[in-house]
Design a protein around this ligand. Sequence first.
Ligand SMILES: Cc1cc2nc3c(=O)[nH]c(=O)nc-3n(C[C@H](O)[C@H](O)[C@H](O)COP(=O)(O)OP(=O)(O)OC[C@H]3O[C@@H](n4cnc5c(N)ncnc54)[C@H](O)[C@@H]3O)c2cc1C
Length: 445
Amino acid sequence: MLDPIMEDKMSSSSSGWSSGKKSGGVGGQWLYDEATDGGDPLGLAGVHSSIYASLRLNTPREAGGFSDFPFRPSAGGDARRYPVHGELLRYVRDFCDVFGLMDTVRLNTMAMRVAMGPPRRDGSLQWTVRSKRDGEEVETEEVFDAVVVATGHYSQPRLPRIDGMDRWRRRQLHSHSYRVPNSFHGEVVVIVGCSASGAELALELRRLAKEVHLSAKSTGEIMASAMSRILSRYEDDNLHLRLQVEHLCEDGRVVFDDGSCVVADTIVYCPGYNYSFPFLETDGKVTVDDNRFGPLCEHVFPPALAPSLSFVGIPAKVVLPRFVEAQARWVAQVLSGRRTLPAPEEMLRAVEEYNGGREAAGLPKWRTHDLLLDLELCDEYGERTCGFPRMEQWKKELLWSSVSNMRDDIESFRDGYHDSDLVTDGLRLHGWIPPATQPPQEEAD
Ligand SMILES: Cc1cc2nc3c(=O)[nH]c(=O)nc-3n(C[C@H](O)[C@H](O)[C@H](O)COP(=O)(O)OP(=O)(O)OC[C@H]3O[C@@H](n4cnc5c(N)ncnc54)[C@H](O)[C@@H]3O)c2cc1C
C-alpha cells in the first residue's frame, strides 16, 4: 500500500511523489501478481506481491480500515468479515480515488537509489532519488528535502540454512512464490515453518497432494500453534507433523531431526521475510542486522538522519492499516513542523532502552519489530507519537476473539464465529449490522 499522506507533506526542489514500483497500480501486496520468482527461493526476479490466489484476510474487516474510511463491502464484492484478497485491493483503490491521491502517484516507477546528498548551507539534509520508469532507458534524478520509505517487508524471502539445500535436485520454493495448488497434485510435500503461512498452505495443499509433512522447530511449538486441532483432524489422512529438517539428500530424501525421513517432491519454505532496502544509501547510518533494522526511534526515525528520512510500516504483528496510519500521521506532523522530535542522542538512548528491554524479555534480535499484536501497546504508541485516538473497546474485543479463534482452529475461524454483546453493539452502532428489531409490543386490551 502506499503511504497516503506522503505526497503532500514532502516539500522539495521537485514535487513530492509516491512510487508504485514496477506495478501498474496501487495496492502493494494486495495487487495479486500471477508471476512468481520462478521457484527461485531467493526471489531474485523481484516480484513484490506474496499473495496467493485463494488467500482470504485473517483480520476482521470491521476492525481494519483507515480511521476516516471504513473497510465496507464493495458493491458485488465479497462482503464476508474475512474477504478474499481482491476486496482489500478494491478498498485501497477506492481510498486513493476518494482522497484524490492518484494524481501524485507515479506508477510503474522504481526508486533505484535513495542517497544522502550534500547538506544545505543551514546543515539540513537533502536526498537524491534516482528512479526509472518501466520501458524507459533513462533514469531520472531528483532532489528532495525528505523521503518516507514505505516499501513493505513481505517481499524478500527469508530462508533457513539446511545442509544439502544446494544439492537437492527437486522443487524448492518459498511461500512468496506460491500462487495456486494445481502443480502439487499427487505430490509428497514438505512445508518448513508452521506459523500462519505454513499452516494455511498445508491446509490448501493437503486437498491435492498425496502427503503433506509440516516441519516445526519442536513438537511444543506446533502443539501451541494454530495447527494443533488441524493435525489431530487430518493426521490419519495425509497431514503429518515432523520435527525440524536436519538435512536434504540428493536422491530426494528429507531427513528430520529425529532421524525419520520422507522422499519428497517439493519443499515449501515458510519461515517469513527479511527487511531489505537495496535502493537505500545512508553511509551505514541505518542497517539491517539479523533482521533488526535501525537504529530507528519508535521504528520510524533514524536518529542521525531524522526527520528527513523516515520509515512507515516496519513493525510486524500490528493492526493494519490503523498502525501505519498513526505512523504516517506522526511523520506528517514532524515534517510539517507541528511536532518536534527529541534530540538525536535522546532518540538513540530510547532505541537502546527498547532493544535492551526486548532482549531482557527473551525476545531474539530478529523479532525487534514484532509488536506481538499487543493492542494496548499499539494504542499507547499512537497516543504518544501523534495523539492518535485509542481504538474502541468493541474493536479490540473483536480482534482478540479473532486471534483466539484463529489459534484455536485455523481452518474454520473465518466462517464460524460468535460475537459478544459488546462487539454486536459496536457493529450495530457503526452500521455494520442492521439495528435490532424490537419485539412486537403486546396490544393493550
Ligand atoms: C501472505 C500474506 C498475507 C497477509 N495477510 C494479511 C491480512 O490478512 N491482514 C492484514 O492486515 N495484513 C496482511 N498481510 C500484511 C500486508 O503485507 C499488509 O497488510 C500491507 O500490505 C502492508 O502495506 P505496506 O504499504 O506497508 O507494504 P506493501 O503492501 O508491501 O506495499 C509496498 C509498496 O512499495 C512499493 N515498492 C517497493 N520497493 C519499491 C521501490 N524500490 N521503488 C518504488 N516502490 C517500491 C511496492 O511496489 C508496493 O507498492 C499479509 C501479508 C502477506 C505476505
